[in-house]
Design a protein around this ligand. Structure first.
Ligand SMILES: [Zn+2]
Length: 438
């Protein structure tokens, strides 16, 4: 008998490995925060002595969901201004509110609220873009989540965090130095968009990202107006503008891409960046629909994100998967597009690929980190059950996520948060509501 830390018995294990194996009555053996083996329940009991054993007898165990595009602290602004056009919403509501209220305190409280929401809906890893990065990182350390934190660069929008491009770079590099060797927190670059970041700053980011081997996140071709303005100003699409700077590479994470020309499609195929699809935000703001099926058919990696809570309005990756699948089918005019399993892959292993951590997480396999969730499928809403992946994508709700583990640590136990105080977070939400409303 071999001594291990945890033995996790499950009714189903959805691996999200290349062959999309779904195993019945298997167990995860976990040692030193990693998956040691995935083997049948009865064999596991004979082979291992575990310090702790869990029986997820009516559950699917699957890789933790990866939310590949967030603005966590915007949870504080959820529901503040809805039902508006993108530019009206941004320039007349969101940017002024951010200008007035964003601070280290707001980002810390908003990020913690967002992390509690994410953990309760099965998300184990996020890819954020905001200000006061240190506050988000402190919140991530407390929550125990895997955190990719974007070092935001904007030229023309001064904030309380930084006033000029130079200040944005200085703050970002301070953050990079502090967190470059953290086991769960990964700094990335996050130029806001080609319409708010100059060519000079983009070139500087390209050099630094190359030197430090960092991913570059950017909002790209989110809505038709952005395309029109870019064509008028540069005679090219924003993607072509980045391509001219040699920035369309596997290091690039292009967020949204609802507008793609034929020429853009070729650039994407050659450059091989990752795309983050945010279907609910795109639908709510009527930004357009990313042609996900076409991208996947050309072997371009597409991950899934919720965007900020002010434009979604939740951080629920389970409902996001359903929206992605339905919108993907409608956009492709093909019910075979975005199958349940390919949509699950977008929310897990494709996210890990986009973030450059698929050797660590994103699927369940021996040697990978113990980042997994358990979803109880023996509920009225998901019975009878023929295919667990179909129930999760097309019928389940986030309330069926019962347990969440990140790097071998349990962050949600039978729906209870283990690292965060729900009552305290609700009080903080009330305090911010009172301040902002007055
Ligand atoms: Zn965004």
């Amino acid at each position: 008998m071999e001594n291990i830390d945890y033995l996790i018995h499950a009714k189903w294990i959805i691996t999200c490995e290349e062959n999309n194996r779904i195993l019945e009555n298997h167990a995860l053996a976990i040692k030193d925060n990693k998956i040691l083996a995935i083997i049948p329940n009865n064999v596991a009991q004979q082979k291992y002595t575990a310090a702790q054993t869990e029986h997820y007898t009516s559950h699917a165990v699957m890789p933790g969901l990866i939310n590949s595009h967030t603005h966590l602290a915007m949870n504080i602004f959820r529901g503040l201004a809805d039902d508006l056009e993108l530019m009206d919403w941004l320039t007349n509501y969101i940017w002024p509110a951010e200008g007035k209220w964003v601070s280290d305190e707001l980002v810390y409280d908003g990020s913690l609220l967002a992390m509690a929401e994410m953990i309760r809906s099965g998300t184990t890893c996020f890819n954020d873009m905001y200000f006061f990065l240190g506050a988000t990182a402190r919140a991530a350390e407390i929550s125990g989540m895997r955190a990719h934190i974007g070092m935001t660069i904007i030229d023309d929008v001064p904030t309380a965090w930084a006033k000029t491009a130079d200040e944005y770079f200085a703050r970002s590099l301070e953050f990079y130095q502090q967190y470059k060797n953290h086991p769960l927190i990964v700094p990335t670059f996050a130029p806001h968009s080609t319409y708010t970041v100059s060519r000079k700053s983009l070139e500087r980011i390209k050099q630094l990202a190359h030197d430090y081997q960092l991913k570059i996140n950017i909002h790209l071709q989110e809505a038709p107006a952005e395309m029109t303005a870019s064509l008028a100003k540069h005679g090219k699409t924003p993607l072509q503008h980045l391509d001219e700077l040699d920035m369309v590479t596997p290091q690039l994470i292009a967020i949204h891409m609802t507008q793609i020309t034929e020429e853009d499609m070729e650039i994407l195929q050659l450059g091989n960046p990752s795309i983050v699809h945010c279907p609910e935000s795109n639908m709510k703001l009527v930004s357009g629909a990313c042609p996900v099926d076409q991208l996947l058919k050309r072997n371009i990696n597409v991950a899934l994100g919720t965007d900020g809570a002010a434009s979604n309005n939740d951080l629920d990756m389970i409902s996001e998967m359903r929206s992605a699948a339905f919108l993907g089918k409608l956009t492709a005019n093909d019910p075979k597009a975005l199958s349940a399993i390919s949509t699950l892959r977008m929310a897990t292993v494709n996210g890990a690929k986009a973030l450059g951590i698929h050797h660590v997480t994103g699927s369940l396999a021996a040697g990978k980190a113990a980042d997994f969730i358990a979803i109880d499928l023996e509920q009225i809403e998901t019975q009878p059950l023929y295919h667990p992946e179909s129930q999760i994508v097309y019928a389940a709700s986030r309330n069926q996520v019962t347990d969440v583990w990140v790097n071998g640590k349990q962050l949600l136990k039978n729906r209870q948060l283990t690292t965060l105080d729900e009552k305290e977070l609700l009080q903080k939400a009330q305090i911010w509501r009172t301040r902002i409303k007055n």
